[in-house]
Ligand binder design. Structure first.
Ligand SMILES: Cc1ncc(COP(=O)(O)O)c(C=O)c1O
Length: 390
């Protein structure tokens, strides 16, 4: 029996191999390896794709959050609010700048930050909110931006899992500097004060290695990030900002990402098609399927880019073992909520503090979903799950 891995980068690579090899050869024969024309070109085209004025390439998605916090002046003992079910790096980045993560629970259907919990979490020490567009879907940015604006706190969108996802923008809402653009829809990463992306290989577009990006419409912030990613320097060997680090996207990865960006629309459509097939194939089972954004009108529906296709069931470990026996790989995003991880016990939270996030951590299971997953393989996964419940 042929096994179906949870993730397989090869079908995507095989489709773009010639272009990728040409791009790599171009960089290697140019002699410029760091912060050259490839990075500049990718920063411009990525920012354009997101609908932002500035893009700044950095080393990875975790550094992107650290740099965004530093650029906003968030540091020692400031409070930063994020979701209790986020990926570890969101919280690790907050701690890395000396700030204190404050967690809020998530909505039961989408598992995204619950804006109703935000108000109560904001204190005099709150400097920023990090909504995490988890699994590939936008948070409720209208409400989050309204709360952030009224409380005068920054919003850093963590878009690591949602490159290309769209939010049903309402132009009338008041928000941060990047908010309220004319288009009826906004891509994630264009609505907050600043936004961060990851190009880890499994992401919507990924490097053959590590990479990340920051987007913003604010020229002063963009300038600070550019300096902070390179030791805090401006020009050659002259540090102008304290707290700089070394976190640069390199020329090779930027050249590869430029090839991938040309394909992003097609790949997102393919992810959505596969998700639709799962929805149809699994709707008769007791599994909880990913929440579908409500379509109010052609302009008023969020899009889900399905970085991850998450099913939920209380017997997910048994289901995972059963699928493994049938040669099908799965993963769990994530098995433990942040507040119950040993590294974050000092934050002072207890079991039961975030019941929705805790419940999700006990029931979520990620199924294989990537461009290149064949319909035949997906049918095998669907049929195995249906047979499990017979
Ligand atoms: C929500 C979220 N934020 C941040 C990151 C960090 O990205 P990176 O692995 O590129 O540092 C990830 C990566 O998995 C993520 O899923």
């Amino acid at each position: 029996m042929k096994s179906i891995p949870f993730w397989n980068p090869l079908p995507e690579y095989e489709k773009i191999a010639t272009e990728v090899h040409t791009a790599i050869a171009r960089v290697l024969s140019s002699g410029t390896l760091i912060l050259g024309p490839e990075v500049a070109a990718f920063e411009t085209s990525f920012a354009q794709y997101i609908g932002c004025r500035y893009g700044i390439g950095v080393g990875n998605g975790t550094d992107a959050i650290i740099l965004a916090l530093k650029a906003l002046g968030v540091g020692q003992d400031d409070e930063v609010i994020t979701a209790a079910n986020t990926a570890i790096p969101t919280v690790a980045a907050i701690m890395a700048v000396g700030a204190v993560p404050k967690l809020v629970d998530v909505l039961p259907d989408s598992l995204l930050m619950d804006p109703a919990k935000l108000q109560g979490a904001i204190t005099k020490r709150t400097r920023a909110i990090i909504p995490v567009h988890l699994y590939g879907q936008s948070c409720d940015m209208d409400t989050i931006m309204k709360i952030a604006t009224s409380k005068k706190v920054f919003v850093i969108e963590d878009c690591a899992q949602a490159t290309g996802a769209e939010y049903k923008s309402k132009v009338s809402a008041k928000g941060g500097p990047a908010y309220g653009r004319k288009s009826r829809k906004s891509k994630v990463g264009s609505m907050g004060s600043i936004a961060t992306f990851s190009f880890y290989p499994t992401k919507i577009i990924g490097c053959y290695g590590d990479g990340g990006m920051i987007t913003t419409n604010n020229p002063a912030l963009a300038k600070r990030v550019r300096s902070l990613r390179m030791y805090g320097t401006e020009g050659t060997y002259n540090a102008i900002i304290e707290g700089g680090i070394n976190s640069r996207l390199d020329e090779l990865q930027a050249a590869i990402l430029s090839v991938k960006l040309k394909n992003i629309k097609r790949w997102i459509k393919e992810r959505q098609r596969l998700a639709h097939r799962y929805n149809q194939g699994l709707k008769s089972t007791p599994l909880i399927l990913p929440s579908q954004p409500q379509k109010v009108s052609p302009f008023e529906a969020n899009s889900h880019v399905f970085h991850l296709y998450i099913i939920r069931h209380t017997k997910r470990i048994e289901i995972q073992k059963y699928l493994r026996m049938h040669g099908i790989g799965t993963a769990i995003h994530y098995p433990v909520p942040i507040h119950l991880m040993p590294a974050y016990s000092k934050l002072g939270y207890e079991k039961g503090d975030f019941p929705v996030a805790e419940g999700a951590c006990h029931s979520v299971l990620s199924l294989p979903l990537y461009p290149g997953l064949t319909d035949d393989d997906q049918d095998r996964i669907i049929n195995a799950l249906r047979a499990y419940f017979k």
